[in-house]
Ligand binder design. Structure first.
Ligand SMILES: [Zn+2]
Ligand SMILES: [Zn+2]
Length: 424
């Protein structure tokens, strides 16, 4: 395991910049906010809120995909980056296909995702578009010849999203529980985005704990060759159960991918939700939130009070876990689904500690996690679970049009057992 430890000076330059105009903007943060942001300079020290990046193997993103690091200044001066404005300030989420076997729970899961994104990109509006079936998108699909599960073609979905994008959209994000492929020669893809068009589509199918097991219920029982245009094969098709881990992974993926829409590139500074990820184990290792440098990038794009954003995220994790879905009618009794936030406990505690820093302005606070937790109700809990799927071997998608489309888990993966050769 290798630790990427930048010096405090390097991190200061990456965060504040040596340019006078950017340093002046930086000085407008409150003392407490600067105190929190500058915690990153002491990453890895006892009590620090931010940790250095650790590289566990050559298959980790940073080793496999050397990229130019993006500091705050290069982000700020990137003329291609997109920023929400008064008439383009809504993030739209379009669900494609079923999101669960129980209709109301499906709706609830998507609402949890929406609410999480709204807290994460605090100040922007996040709206759900009415769900569509796979057939409504008119997309091509296939049965994967190795894993024998259904897959839909990303390019067709992006075209569909492009036509659906509302006028006030900052971006539109399609999400689906069905596996994706970008072209015939590829085994699969987690997602694909067009950053210049502000749209992307992402699948959570492989976040199912059982996806890589023999018993995965999404494998079709018989080898069938579905006819293009006959979408009946999707009726009643398996979707993963909404577990706490699945909710955590889907929140993390959504916010990482939407982060790219703002022009934020993969983080190489500190442990951060914007770190690139080459495989599920690496993705599980990433934290849920931004490092100080990426936080400044999103802050300058959206504009919010840092403490208010953290409070909104904490509220999402703590709010009544039993929510009622839909209005109650005689034929449709309201159903109560507990929000499975067990896997968010580590993040919850971290948010409490950040809020403490913002309230006390004490960068080397001696408060323990327990003391911090007592100050913010609901902050006790267990460590988030990290699932290691060591048998997954993935290779990422190097997009030739780097500025157009790039991404985390917008990467192609191969199971070790697969015999497919990728064309890069
Ligand atoms: Zn970062
Ligand atoms: Zn990415």
């Amino acid at each position: 395991m290798k630790v990427i430890q930048h010096t405090a000076e390097e991190l200061r330059t990456a965060l504040v910049s040596n340019s006078k105009d950017l340093a002046k903007i930086y000085s407008k943060y409150t003392k407490e906010e600067r105190c929190l942001l500058e915690e990153g300079f002491h990453s890895g020290q006892p009590g620090s809120l931010f940790q250095p990046i650790t590289v566990h193997s050559d298959s980790d993103w940073i080793s496999a995909h050397p990229e130019e690091p993006q500091d705050f200044e290069s982000f700020y001066r990137d003329s291609y980056r997109r920023t929400p404005d008064a008439s383009h300030n809504t993030i739209y989420i379009q669900t494609i296909g079923s999101f669960g076997e129980v209709g109301a729970l499906t709706d609830q899961h998507v609402e949890w995702l929406r609410d999480y994104c709204q807290a994460f990109f605090y100040g922007l509006s996040v709206k759900l578009l009415p769900a569509v079936t796979v057939s409504e998108t008119g997309c091509s699909f296939r049965v994967n010849s190795n894993s024998n599960n259904l897959q839909i073609l990303t390019g067709d979905l992006l075209r569909f999203l492009g036509n659906k994008k509302p006028k006030d959209a900052f971006c539109i994000v399609g999400i689906t529980m069905i596996d994706l492929y970008p072209e015939d020669s590829w085994n699969f893809v987690f997602g694909q985005a067009s950053l210049s068009m502000g749209m992307g589509v992402f699948s959570f199918a492989r976040y199912d704990d059982n996806f890589y097991t023999r018993g995965y219920a999404g494998r079709l029982k018989k080898r069938i060759q579905p006819r293009q245009g006959d979408y009946s094969v999707f009726e009643g098709y398996y979707t993963p159960p909404i577990t706490s881990t699945l909710l955590l992974r889907s929140c993390k993926t959504m916010t990482h991918e939407i982060g790219h829409m703002f022009g934020i590139r993969h983080c190489q500074w500190l442990n951060c939700v914007m770190q690139g990820s080459n495989h599920l184990e690496e993705s599980d290792r990433r934290p849920l939130d931004f490092c100080p440098i990426c936080l400044r990038k999103i802050h300058v794009s959206v504009g919010f009070k840092i403490a208010e954003r953290y409070k909104a995220l904490l509220h999402w994790m703590e709010e009544d876990r039993c929510q009622t879905s839909g209005p109650e009618t005689a034929s449709h009794p309201a159903t109560c689904f507990p929000k499975p936030t067990e896997a968010f406990h580590t993040s919850q505690q971290w948010l409490c500690r950040c809020l403490d820093r913002l309230e006390t302005g004490n960068s080397r606070s001696h408060q323990t996690q327990e003391q911090s937790a007592q100050r913010h109700a609901g902050c006790t809990g267990v460590e988030g679970r990290s699932i290691v799927l060591s048998h997954i071997h993935q290779r990422s998608w190097r997009d030739k049009r780097r500025r157009e489309s790039s991404c985390t888990m917008c990467s192609v993966a191969l199971q070790a057992a697969d015999k497919v050769t990728l064309t890069m």
